[in-house]
Design a protein around this ligand. Structure first.
Ligand SMILES: Cc1cc2nc3c(=O)[nH]c(=O)nc-3n(C[C@H](O)[C@H](O)[C@H](O)COP(=O)(O)O)c2cc1C
Length: 166
């Protein structure tokens, strides 16, 4: 790739072939500010200790709170939560308007209807180019069953988004 022109559009398209679930990561700032960001960069890291990570754009208005918060919660979205996904995929101060939530560890806002929730203590931040890699140790989690929301080739939908081979 070194002597080829690096085509960012093609790079994005290639990355889009990695089908993922969708999460919303929430946290509470020291001043009480609530933040929530839609993220598909979530992944598991370690079983012992139980670690997960996700990546946040350095230009995010939510960066300051998420980098400094003692805790964050990762919500794995159900297929029925597309509206919630879109709500937290935009910048704004009113993201929690009309969203029912309870408080988890560290006062983190948590909402229902997800397939799983991971309440994490923020344990490390790493340089990830134009993103920050945020690592959390899972202190508590909740798990249910249901249809996942899927992100594939820039589209949101259910599992039928992913074409069958043949
Ligand atoms: C399906 C999907 C996945 C996304 N994944 C990420 C991600 O992993 N990291 C990130 O920083 N932004 C991601 N975004 C974009 C953010 O959700 C978006 O920039 C949002 O405005 C961030 O909130 P903020 O503006 O309050 O920081 C994703 C958006 C969508 C729709």
């Amino acid at each position: 790739m070194a002597d080829q022109e690096f085509d960012t559009r093609s790079f994005r398209d290639a990355l889009g072939n990695f089908a993922t679930g969708v999460t919303v990561v929430t946290a509470k700032g020291e001043d009480g500010t609530l933040v929530g960001v839609t993220a598909n960069s979530f992944t598991s890291v370690s079983m012992e200790p139980p670690l997960v990570l996700w990546n946040l754009d350095r230009s995010s208005p939510s960066l300051k709170v998420l980098e400094n918060a003692s805790h964050f919660c990762v919500h794995i979205l159900a297929e029925a939560q597309k509206d919630l996904c879109m709500k937290f995929a935009k910048s704004g101060d009113d993201k929690f308007n009309g969203v029912e939530y309870t408080e988890g560890l560290g006062g983190v806002p948590m909402f229902d209807g997800c397939l799983a929730q991971f309440e994490c203590r923020s344990v490390a931040r790493h340089d990830g180019g134009d993103h920050v890699i945020i690592v959390g140790e899972v202190e508590r989690f909740h798990n249910t069953e249901g249809e996942p929301l899927i992100f594939f080739r820039g589209q949101l939908g259910d599992l039928a988004l992913i074409p069958k081979a043949g």
